[in-house]
Design a binder for this molecule. Structure first.
Ligand SMILES: CC(C)(COP(=O)(O)OP(=O)(O)OC[C@H]1O[C@@H](n2cnc3c(N)ncnc32)[C@H](O)[C@@H]1OP(=O)(O)O)[C@@H](O)C(=O)NCCC(=O)NCCS
Length: 153
């Protein structure tokens, strides 16, 4: 397997590969359902993403093989003089491909895309237990300047 990392819009057929990457993770394995029975949940979620103008599910490939994924959300707002933000979430590089610079390339692509869309900021939240991934984002120039709060409903 070789070649450059490419990033494209995910299609419905990519759901199993993306789900594999979401599960292939210390936190993801306890909270996702990759069984055939669980598939309907993810099909419906994909439909909601596809119907949204501001949300985009991406898949990154190396030589045609899926190796990464993330969600890119464009957030308009009034604050900061109407600054457009891009949020990136659900970031994964397949465990067999981690530590080889692919995450850096994939997030670099996302930042470039945010610029292209006219955003003035890229933001993300991450579970506090992911201490190694905190270092990953800091090495890419992100600053842990805010506290994130979640209220599960
Ligand atoms: C975080 C993640 C996306 C990084 O992707 P990756 O391809 O492994 O990272 P890269 O190989 O591009 O590494 C980029 C830099 O971060 C550092 N880094 C990446 N993962 C690291 C880790 N687990 N521990 C320490 N440093 C790490 C690397 O040293 C590298 O720095 P360098 O280029 O100066 O050597 C990937 O490891 C992953 O999917 N992790 C599990 C899920 C997760 O934490 N997602 C993010 C929050 S939702």
């Amino acid at each position: 397997m070789s070649g450059a990392l490419t990033v494209r819009e995910a299609a419905r057929e990519d759901i199993p590969a993306i789900l594999d990457m979401l599960v292939d993770d210390d936190l993801g394995k306890t909270r996702e359902d990759a069984s055939e029975a669980g598939r309907g949940i993810y099909d419906a979620a994909f439909d909601r993403i596809a119907a949204s103008d501001n949300v985009s599910l991406k898949i990154a490939e190396l030589g045609g093989e899926p190796v990464g994924t993330f969600l890119l959300i464009v957030i308009p707002g009034l604050a900061l003089k109407g600054m457009l933000r891009v949020e990136i979430e659900q970031v994964r590089i397949a465990s067999t491909h981690r530590g080889k610079g692919l995450g850096r390339k994939m997030i670099g692509w996302a930042v470039g895309e945010a610029r292209r869309l006219g955003a003035g900021m890229v933001q993300l939240t991450m579970n506090k237990s992911r201490t190694q991934s905190h270092r990953f984002y800091e090495s890419l120039g992100f600053t842990a300047s805010h506290e994130g709060f979640k209220l599960y409903l």
